[in-house]
Design a protein around this ligand. Structure first.
Ligand code: ATP
Length: 519
């Protein structure tokens, strides 16, 4: 049975993971804030990405060239020169075709609309029932479709010829034929730089972080000692004026990306693509998404962007996509498209001179002119582009567990590396010297583990309620100070997932926790 998204959202609110942005003003569609636990959870996810992609890329694995993978960090701005977005194709082409509903005034992304059609094929004089997967229109339209033609199957609206649009009943419409044919609509947020706000001052909020990396490629090569193959990685906020933001944080108008652009020789690019495709899947699995809810989907050739050589998506089966999957991360082989575009639009050379290749070719006796030609090239790029908000949401959905046999049936089985609260210390009662011991243990653990997450100290309410709160917050370990602590210097360590407790010496707590919290 799929997990209830309503229950997950309720827990996220109740325990301070995710709040609606501007809630006191009625909210603002497509924007979400993170509460204290959500902010720490996202930081842990961002830090894990930074650690495993930039500081110690791929856990020290060798790349296809037999060397350790090398990556450097970068931080670029949300607002770039507007020409950036002309070069990248976003000004002209970041246009997802849209359909409007003349009756409800809703606007939908063409490729997001699905339609119930009769399993038998021919609808006769019956309408076709359009809906948005995961929205209330899905159940409503299914009911109507089953009434109209018994068994219904789902097809994308993109497969319906425009000549049949007059037969389509829009997702929330009462009359048929109210959907327009698909039209272009730009997803970039516009703003003005400077005081005058004329057309010449238009700038855009970035729809992806990648282009800042391409624009600084030359500076990174010229000012550091990086040599191909290497990656440049960053995390940061991106904006897309999504037409139908939905499914909690999954499709937001402001979101955070973690993107790596990995530059390599064109001849080695397919091997690097295969390498990153495999590593990114292993990485998400290592954070607790292992199993049938995670998959790699290879984009069919016909659906690739015109410049792309290959593409795969890491996808997760969210409760609202079940039995289907939603994209967590795209891994794209972008060829030399981006650097070539920026070279053309800026007039600055963005090719790379490969000294190692030059030496290799010299040793082979290749002619000078030939070397000059072959050792200078525009690198190919493999881009693993992850969404941190979608990642956090997938981790929360996967962790959410309903177990009626427990005294506190709802819990979050978050991986210790991601859990915002690493451990909680409880004095069993708030007297008899227990609070003092608890405070000392808390201070000690805070010193050792406080850099990676929160350490709670809580003396209020019954011990059962305190455990229940920590289970819902996804805290993996609770330590309780009781009467025996005072006589035998031991505490109980409770494991969130099993609810089992073991008694351990208080002075062993830090080393035991260090083992359990290690990535
Ligand atoms: P989709 O097809 O779902 O719109 P996309 O293929 O356009 O996504 P990319 O441009 O590949 O997405 O962006 C990389 C990652 O950024 C995505 O895998 C996703 O995790 C995240 N992302 C993209 N758009 C959004 C959004 N509106 N809200 C939250 N995360 C997003």
């Amino acid at each position: 049975m799929p997990k209830s998204m309503d229950a997950i959202m309720a827990l996220c609110k109740r325990r301070g993971f995710v709040y609606q942005a501007s809630e006191i003003y009625g909210g603002i569609n497509g924007f979400w804030d993170y509460g204290p636990l959500g902010a720490q959870l996202k930081k842990n996810l961002r830090d894990a990405w930074w650690q495993d992609m930039i500081l110690n890329p791929c856990w020290g694995r060798q790349g296809p060239d037999g060397d350790r993978v090398r990556c450097v960090p970068l931080e670029t701005r949300i607002i770039q020169h507007p020409k950036t977005w002309v070069a990248s194709g976003h000004v002209g082409g970041f246009n997802d075709p849209m359909v409007d509903c003349r009756e409800t005034k809703n606007r939908y992304r063409f490729d997001h609309v699905s339609v119930f059609v009769p399993a038998s094929g021919d609808p006769g004089d019956k309408p076709l029932f359009a809906f948005i997967q995961g929205s209330p229109s899905e159940a409503k339209q299914l009911k109507k479709a089953e009434k109209a033609f018994g068994q219904a199957v789902v097809v994308p609206l993109t497969s319906i010829p425009p000549a049949s649009f007059p037969k389509v009943l829009g997702p929330d419409a009462d009359k048929v034929g109210t959907l327009t044919e698909p039209r272009q609509f730009n997803l970039m947020f516009k703003t003005y730089v400077g005081a005058t706000a004329t057309d010449d001052d238009v700038a855009y909020l970035r729809p992806e972080t990648a282009q800042g990396i391409f624009a600084q490629f030359k500076n990174v090569v010229d000012t550091t000692r990086v040599k191909l193959p290497f990656g440049i990685g960053n995390t940061g906020t991106s904006f897309r004026n999504e037409v139908t933001p939905r499914n909690f944080t999954f499709r937001s108008r402001e979101f955070e990306q973690a993107e790596l652009e990995f530059f390599c020789h064109p001849d080695q690019s397919m091997e690097w693509f295969a390498f990153w495709r495999a590593f990114r899947m292993d990485w998400w699995e290592s954070l607790g998404l292992a199993g049938e809810n995670l998959r790699l989907y290879d984009t069919p050739k016909k659906d690739l962007a015109h410049y792309a050589f290959a593409g795969s998506d890491v996808e997760y089966r969210f409760p609202f996509t079940d039995p289907g999957f939603g994209e967590l991360e795209g891994i794209a082989h972008r060829g030399s498209f981006d650097l070539s575009q920026h070279q053309e639009h800026s007039g600055i050379k963005l090719d790379y001179f490969d000294q190692e290749l030059q030496v290799e070719l010299q040793a082979k006796g290749v002619a000078k002119e030939e070397i000059a030609k072959r050792a200078r090239y525009i690198p190919h790029v493999i881009e693993p582009a992850a969404g941190l908000d979608r990642g956090a949401l997938a981790l929360l959905c996967e962790a959410y567990t309903l177990d009626d046999s427990r005294p506190s049936p709802e819990l979050l089985r978050l991986h210790p590396r991601i859990a915002p609260i690493k451990a909680a210390v409880f004095p069993l009662v708030n007297k008899d010297g227990m609070p003092e011991v608890a405070q000392r243990l808390h201070a000690d653990l805070f010193k050792r583990f406080g850099h990676s997450g929160l350490i709670e100290l809580d003396a209020k309410q019954s011990i059962g309620k305190r455990y229940a709160r920590m289970d819902e917050a996804g805290c993996p370990f609770c330590l309780t100070i009781d009467g025996e602590t005072l006589t035998h210097q031991t505490v109980t360590l409770r494991d969130r997932d099993t609810g089992r407790q073991e008694r351990i010496a208080i002075d062993q707590v830090p080393s035991l926790l260090a083992d359990k919290l290690a990535p």
